[in-house]
Design a protein around this ligand. Structure first.
Ligand code: FAD
Length: 286
């Protein structure tokens, strides 16, 4: 069954993993997958580098592994730094492995890599995928607006183009204040966007993540979140527990508001995913 059909009957619950850096052992992700699969997510998505530094060669292997474990893999596919021929080659490789779920993305523009012009936006890739075969196509969306867009309204207008191009469902960028999600969902509906929207939740459980949030993440950091992070930043165990509790709180509120799905950015950490899943399984019927 395709993921797009699951939303009709349930709150979809999914995980995201990423290929480890080329300096780390690949076994770390395979060991993590063994535990993540036991939590019965509806799908596991695998990130793919937009080009340059990442370890994208592994993404297909990891997606294949997910499939062999009986869970639907969703392969992220950023297009901005790839030619049509390179995208075709990845799609052939995906098809050979029975992977037919794609999260179609533009990818971040890297100032050091001149963009390839074959696909300028995610909507161009989505149109292309639609012309190529029977894919289940997910796309990204941004409750606080994409950083390149002047306004949230303009970004939602562009999102409508992406949905009209053929996106079956959407996954949000992480956010720490649910009010942005509720506002975004309402504004998207007003613009005629009526595909399911999964909320992307990132449990922040260590100091390195906090630093990354503060410097690079476009998400607003609510006072309650900042207070918790400041209080526990020097106490790893307390910080981990507080980050897990914060994510659980967000998910319960989202479930109460009939969210279409929860996409957990697991950071390849099965312990955190397990604690959250145990706490929310009753409210979203995992
Ligand atoms: P687009 O939808 O193309 O939008 C990019 C910008 O262009 C936005 O400002 C939008 O408003 C504007 N725009 C869109 N369409 C048009 C149009 N037709 N005309 C004019 N303007 C337009 N990156 C990776 O490299 N690898 C990953 O695996 C990855 N996974 C991700 C998973 C999720 C759930 C999310 C939310 C993001 C992920 N990203 C990943 C990051 C993503 O690639 C970046 O946020 C990127 O900058 C935008 O990608 P997009 O697909 O949303 O782009």
């Amino acid at each position: 069954m395709k993921v797009k059909d699951l939303f009709k009957n349930k709150t979809v619950y999914s995980f995201e993993v990423f290929p480890p850096k080329s300096t780390s052992s690949v076994d770390t992700i395979y060991n993590a997958l063994d535990k993540l699969v036991d939590l019965h997510p509806d799908f596991i998505s695998v990130t793919f580098s937009a080009g340059g530094s990442g370890n994208s060669g592994l993404a297909l292997d990891i997606a294949s592994k997910v499939k062999s474990m009986g869970i639907t893999p969703v392969l992220h596919l950023p297009c901005i730094n790839y030619t049509k021929e390179q995208i075709d080659a990845t799609l052939v490789e995906a098809a050979n492995r029975g992977i037919d779920h794609i999260l179609a993305l533009r990818g971040d523009i890297n100032p050091d890599i001149p963009p390839v012009k074959d696909f300028a936006y995610a909507c161009d890739l989505i149109r292309y995928l639609r012309s190529k075969g029977d894919f289940d196509i997910a796309a990204a969306c941004y409750p606080e607006g994409h950083p390149d867009a002047d306004t949230l309204e303009q970004d939602i207008e562009n999102l409508k183009i992406k949905v009209d191009a053929g996106a079956d469902h959407l996954i949000t960028q992480l956010f720490f204040d649910n009010s942005f999600f509720w506002n975004f969902r309402e504004e998207a509906a007003k613009k005629g966007i009526n595909v399911p929207i999964e909320a992307g939740i990132m449990p922040v459980v260590n100091k390195k993540q906090i630093e990354r949030m503060v410097t690079t993440c476009g998400a607003s950091l609510p006072q309650k979140f900042v207070k918790i992070m400041q209080k526990y930043e020097h106490n790893p165990e307390a910080l981990r527990d507080a980050g897990i509790a914060y994510a659980i709180d967000q998910i319960i509120d989202l479930a109460a508001g009939d969210v279409d799905g929860i996409h957990l950015y697991t950071m390849n950490n099965p312990y955190v995913a397990q604690k959250i899943t145990e706490a929310v399984s009753g409210v979203i019927s995992v």
